[in-house]
Design a protein around this ligand. Sequence first.
Ligand code: ADP
Length: 222
Amino acid sequence: MKLVLIAPMNGGKGSLARGITEKYGIPGISTGDLLRAEIANNTKLGKSAKEYMDGGKLVPDELVIKMLFERIGAVDCKNGFILDGFPRTLAQAKALEDVTKIDAVVHLDVPDWLVKARAEGRETCTADACGKIWSKRYEGYKPGICGDCGAVTKKRGDDKDPASVQKRLDEYHHQSGSVLKYYRDRGVLFTTKVETMDVVPAETFKIVDDGCLRKLGGRFGK
Ligand code: ADP
């Protein structure tokens, strides 16, 4: 099954994707993570992407589309995938439709104040096998240390600066409207509101699973 997740940054996409991967065994693909890996490996793509990402701007469509298509062509994606952070623009959505059919688009509707509040407290586990995203409000939170696996946690560079958070939020609103409309018109959009700071990722997962994923059950594995 092929899914797209749409939410602003700090909206809970990563946690939701992890829940879907655990239950349904399809890989989660985050274009943000793919781009950060390119930067870490100092590739040509990484060097171009860094400039845009540091400035809170979207990386140009042609670079992201090429990178994403290579990833979804990999063998582990043959039964489907969950896209987290792609498509972010109408051009990306259209390019994706040209190569594959998306079964459902899950939209987490998160108000701006909540996005900003979460950006202040977010730390990510640096262990590849874990990668859990922590908030100060989560039970078991320890500053700088992953409460699950004990590895070091880090704040992402682009979350430290409130101006960068605001810029990314503005970009999100600017771009997501047309992408959401595109999928709404195709009858594949499922929207759920996330309204409190305390929302538990498991609760969001249950709403999405009950309201959307299980209805697609018959199409799994194809
Ligand atoms: P968040 O989950 O906080 O929104 P991501 O990890 O998804 O952040 O993305 C971080 C940055 O990577 C974005 O601000 C943008 O610069 C770039 N990026 C990620 N996905 C895309 C995409 N599909 N198109 C263009 N730029 C992207």
